[in-house]
Design a binder for this molecule. Structure first.
Ligand SMILES: Nc1nc2c(ncn2[C@@H]2O[C@H](COP(=O)(O)OP(=O)(O)OP(=O)(O)O)[C@@H](O)[C@H]2O)c(=O)[nH]1
Ligand SMILES: [Mg+2]
Length: 330
C-alpha cells in the first residue's frame, strides 16, 4: 500500500515496519544504458556516428531511484509541479543579504532583544512585540547544515542556477578547502524565501561556529526547516548522527540531502550501505534527497535538484503558482 502523508507531521505509527528492500529494488531497476549504436526510430542505417550521438538518451544514474524509494511515504511531485518550481528558481533574482558571525548580528535579532528586555534582561513587553518589518521581513528561511566540505555552499549555487546550465552561479563562496564558510550567510530568492548557508561542523571548524549555528537553528523564528547535507562520497558519519539526535531532541524539523552523488563510483554498494543506516526510521520521517551539483560523464545532468526545489517550496508553504517578486518586499 502506498502511504501519502503531510510533511513535518509526527507519524510514529508509520515508522514501524518501514523497511526498504534495496536489493530487490536494485534487481528490479531498469537501467537506461546509452548504447553508442542506439539509433532513433525510423532513422536511416547510413546515418553518421555524430548524428546518432545527437539522439542518444542520457543515462539516468542508478542511484537516482533512491529518491523514489526513500520518499515513498510522500506524494511524488508531478512533472508539471516540478516545472513550476523550476520556473520559479530559474527566474528568481538571487540576492546576498547578510552575514553574521554572532547570532545577535542576524538582522532583526538585536532589535528584538532590545525591545523585549530592559537593561537587567527582564522582559519589557508582554504580548505583541513591535519589530520593524524591514528588519525582520518575515520571509520563510531554510538553513543548510552539514560537515565542512559537505557541499552546502555549492548546493545553494546549484539550486539557484538554471538546470540547463552546467556552470553554477557563484552566489555563495565554495572551496575545496574544508571549513571555508565561517559565518551565517543569507540569500534572498525571488523575495519569497531565504536560504541560509552555515559554517560546517567537523574538520577545520570551531566551537564558536558550532554555537552560532545551534543558536540560529534553535532561536530563529523565521527558520521553517533545516536541511542536513551529507556527502554521498563519505556517507553518513558519527557527527551527522549527533546532529540528527540534537535536532530530533529539540523538535527542530529537518530533511536530509545527499550531495556529491556523482562521486559515488559503486552505486549498488552505496545503496546497500544506506539500507543499514536506518534512515527511513528517523524521527519526523525526513525527506531524503540524493543530488549532484557537479556534472560528469556518468552524471551528465544535475539530478535531484528539481526534487529538492519542490521540497523547499513545500517547507516554505509556497504554492506552485508562486512567482518571484521583482520589487517590494514580497
Ligand atoms: N563532484 C562534486 N563536487 C562537489 C559537489 N558539491 C560540492 N562539491 C565540491 O566540494 C567542495 C566543497 O564544497 P563547498 O560547497 O565549499 O562545501 P561546504 O559544505 O560549503 O564547506 P564549508 O564551507 O567548508 O563548510 C568544493 O570543491 C565543491 O566543488 C558535487 O555535487 N559533486
Ligand atoms: Mg561553505
Amino acid at each position: 500500500m502506498r502511504l501519502t502523508c503531510q510533511r513535518g507531521l509526527s507519524i510514529s505509527r508509520l515508522l514501524k515496519n518501514r523497511t526498504i528492500d534495496v536489493k530487490k529494488i536494485i534487481l528490479s531497476t531498469k537501467y537506461e544504458h546509452a548504447s553508442p549504436t542506439e539509433s532513433p526510430k525510423n532513422s536511416k542505417p547510413a546515418e553518421s556516428a555524430s548524428k546518432i550521438k545527437k539522439y542518444t538518451k542520457k543515462p539516468t544514474p542508478v542511484w537516482y531511484s533512491l529518491n523514489e524509494m526513500y520518499n515513498a511515504s510522500y506524494a511524488k511531485p508531478t512533472t508539471s509541479e516540478l516545472n513550476s518550481v523550476n520556473r520559479f528558481f530559474n527566474s528568481s533574482k538571487i540576492q546576498y543579504e547578510w552575514s553574521a558571525a554572532h547570532f545577535a548580528d542576524v538582522p532583526g535579532e538585536k532589535i528584538k532583544n532590545k525591545l523585549n528586555t530592559d537593561g537587567a534582561g527582564n522582559k519589557k513587553f508582554h504580548g505583541k512585540t513591535y519589530v520593524p518589518f524591514e528588519l525582520v521581513n518575515g520571509l520563510p528561511e531554510i538553513a543548510f547544515l552539514g560537515k565542512s566540505n559537505a557541499g552546502k555552499s555549492t548546493l545553494l549555487n546549484s539550486l539557484t542556477t538554471d538546470l540547463k546550465q552546467t556552470e553554477l552561479g557563484e552566489y555563495a563562496k565554495a572551496s575545496k578547502r574544508a571549513g571555508f564558510t565561517k559565518t551565517l550567510n543569507s540569500f534572498n530568492v525571488g523575495k519569497k524565501l531565504r536560504i541560509v548557508d552555515t559554517p560546517g561542523y567537523g574538520f577545520n571548524s570551531s566551537v564558536e561556529q558550532g554555537d552560532l549555528t545551534m543558536e540560529y537553528v534553535q532561536q530563529r523564528q523565521q527558520l521553517v526547516r533545516c536541511f542536513l547535507l551529507i556527502s554521498g562520497e563519505q556517507n553518513i558519519g558519527k557527527l551527522d548522527y549527533q546532529i540528527i539526535e540534537f535536532l530530533s531532541s529539540k523538535g527542530i524539523p529537518f530533511e536530509i540531502v545527499f550531495t556529491k552523488m556523482d562521486k559515488v563510483t559503486n552505486s549498488e554498494k552505496f545503496m546497500l550501505s544506506t539500507q543499514n543506516m536506518k534512515l527511513s526510521n528517523l524521527p519526523g520521517l525526513p525527506g531524503i534527497i540524493f543530488t549532484n551539483s557537479v556534472t560528469s560523464k556518468n552524471c551528465p545532468k544535475r539530478y535531484g535538484i528539481d526534487l529538492l526545489r519542490h521540497l523547499i517550496f513545500q517547507c516554505c508553504g509556497l504554492s506552485r503558482d508562486s512567482i518571484p517578486s521583482h520589487n517590494g518586499n514580497t
